[in-house]
Design a protein around this ligand. Structure first.
Ligand SMILES: Cc1cc2nc3c(=O)[nH]c(=O)nc-3n(C[C@H](O)[C@H](O)[C@H](O)COP(=O)(O)O)c2cc1C
Length: 156
């Protein structure tokens, strides 16, 4: 069975809600999901045991990535082949330029094949459709990637 690792950092719950919506949709598509909250005391799951790695983060300060997320990335210690990024933010902190800037930077850092999902605060309400559409894109991308890997071998 295909399995994804979703890791996320959340203080006030918005990013956690996004992570849970993504998990539900992946489960509906028969993808097994392990959720890991960055900053919890639980040991970090073995990243290489999963077919894809997801990282979700809010943005802090002025477009900053939370320190705990940076530490987590260092602890993981390598860049997995296939990384999908999501984030939450708030445009009232620095407008469009800094909106979900951590997610934008993380997607670049990991050479994510898809643009990051960026949600304004809580995903509840009209933004749920954005989570759904993005997750659907992830599922399609993943299956195409797997198919190509089988046909042509690893590309990374
Ligand atoms: C001090 C502070 C600084 C913030 N800076 C930004 C920012 O630069 N860009 C942004 O998009 N959101 C910013 N935010 C908004 C948070 O990223 C947003 O509320 C997020 O949804 C919180 O995630 P969480 O509920 O998962 O903890 C800031 C929030 C606080 C309190």
């Amino acid at each position: 069975m295909v399995s994804f690792l979703i890791t996320y950092m959340s203080w006030s719950g918005n990013t956690r809600e996004v992570a849970e919506l993504i998990r539900r949709q992946l489960n509906e598509a028969s993808i097994d999901v392990t959720l890991y909250r960055i900053g919890s005391n639980a040991p970090i799951p073995e990243v290489t045991a999963y077919d894809a790695f997801m990282l979700g983060s809010f943005t802090w300060g002025k477009g900053d990535t939370p320190t705990k997320v940076k530490k987590f990335i260092a602890q993981v210690g390598f860049k997995p082949d296939l990384v999908y990024i999501f984030g939450t933010g708030d445009t009232q902190f620095g407008g469009d330029d800094l909106f979900c800037h951590a997610a934008t930077k993380l997607a670049k850092f990991y050479h994510s094949p898809l643009p990051p999902l960026r949600i304004e605060q809580s995903p509840r309400g009209h933004q749920e459709q954005f989570v759904r559409a993005w997750t659907e894109r992830v599922i399609q991308h993943f299956h195409n990637w797997k198919r190509d890997e089988k046909a042509y071998g690893p590309t990374v």
